[in-house]
Design a protein around this ligand. Structure first.
Ligand SMILES: Cc1cc2nc3c(=O)[nH]c(=O)nc-3n(C[C@H](O)[C@H](O)[C@H](O)COP(=O)(O)O)c2cc1C
Length: 211
C-alpha cells in the first residue's frame, strides 16, 4: 500500500521521528503552533505529582534539548533535583499527533545559560519575575502580585533587574520519545530512545508499539 499523501511518515519510523523533531522545532518558533505550549510534568509536591502548561522557547535537535523559562520559586523547580526526569506532553489536534518527551532536567539560575536567556528576553516577559512573593504564595485578595508601579505597563530595563534573581531556565534532554499518530484507518504508535544522555543525537532505538 502506498503511503497516504498527507502522512508519508505513517508507516516509516525514521520519517515519524523526523516529523516529531520538525514539530518541536516549529513549536518553539511559532507562537500559533499547539506545540508552543506543552504540559510539563514532574514528581513531587502535595500530591506526589504535578503538571502545568509552559512556553517552549527552544528545541535544539542535535542535542535533543528542550528549553523553557520559569520562576525559580515555583514548585516545579523544587521538584527538579539534579538530573531528575521531567515529562513534556504535546498535542496538535490538526496534525492529530501526540508526543511525550521524557528526560533529565537541569535548572539554570545563576550561570551563562540563564544570563543569555535573560539578555534575550523582552521587558514585558521579565515583568513576570518581578513579584516580591513567589508564585503560589497565599494572597490576601485577588492580585497579580506585581509591584503597583509596574502594574499595567512594560517596565524599564532597570526596573526589570528586580526580577533577575527569580528567573531561571529549565533544560531537558530527551532520552525517550513516545509518538502517537491518530488516523481513521489505524493509529500508529512508536517509541524512540537514546542511551546517550549528553550532547549529540547518539544512536536512536526506534520501535513500533501497539497504539
Ligand atoms: C499558556 C501558559 C503558558 C505558561 N508558560 C509558563 C512558562 O513558560 N513557565 C512557567 O514557569 N510557567 C508558565 N505558565 C504558568 C504555569 O502553568 C504554572 O501555573 C506556574 O508555572 C506554577 O507552576 P508550579 O507551581 O507547578 O511550578 C504558563 C501558563 C499558561 C496558561
Amino acid at each position: 500500500m502506498s503511503p497516504r499523501p498527507d502522512a508519508p511518515f505513517k508507516d516509516d519510523l525514521k520519517l515519524s521521528l523526523q516529523r516529531a523533531f520538525d514539530m518541536l522545532a516549529r513549536g518553539a518558533k511559532n507562537r500559533r503552533s499547539p506545540f508552543h505550549t506543552p504540559v510539563f510534568a514532574t514528581q513531587g509536591g502535595q500530591f506526589g505529582v504535578d503538571a502545568r502548561t509552559v512556553v517552549l522557547r527552544e528545541f535544539v535537535a542535535d542535542r535533543r534539548r528542550l528549553r523553557f523559562h520559569t520562576d525559580t520559586r515555583t514548585q516545579k523547580c523544587a521538584h527538579v533535583t539534579d538530573k531528575s526526569n521531567g515529562l513534556f506532553v504535546f498535542y496538535d489536534p490538526g496534525a492529530r499527533i501526540q508526543l511525550r518527551a521524557y528526560g533529565p532536567c537541569s535548572l539554570h539560575m545563576d550561570d551563562q545559560v540563564a544570563d543569555d536567556a535573560w539578555a534575550q528576553s523582552q521587558h514585558f516577559s521579565r515583568r513576570c519575575y518581578m513579584a516580591p512573593e513567589g508564585p503560589g504564595s497565599l494572597a490576601t485578595g485577588p492580585t497579580s502580585g506585581l509591584p503597583e508601579a509596574v502594574e499595567g505597563r512594560v517596565p524599564t530595563e532597570e526596573e526589570t533587574l528586580a526580577g533577575r534573581p527569580h528567573f531561571s531556565v529549565m533544560l531537558t534532554t530527551i532520552t525517550s520519545l513516545d509518538w502517537l499518530f491518530l488516523a481513521h484507518d489505524g493509529h500508529r504508535r512508536a517509541r524512540f530512545s537514546w542511551d546517550q544522555e549528553g550532547d549529540g543525537t547518539g544512536s536512536c532505538r526506534k520501535e513500533w508499539l501497539i497504539p
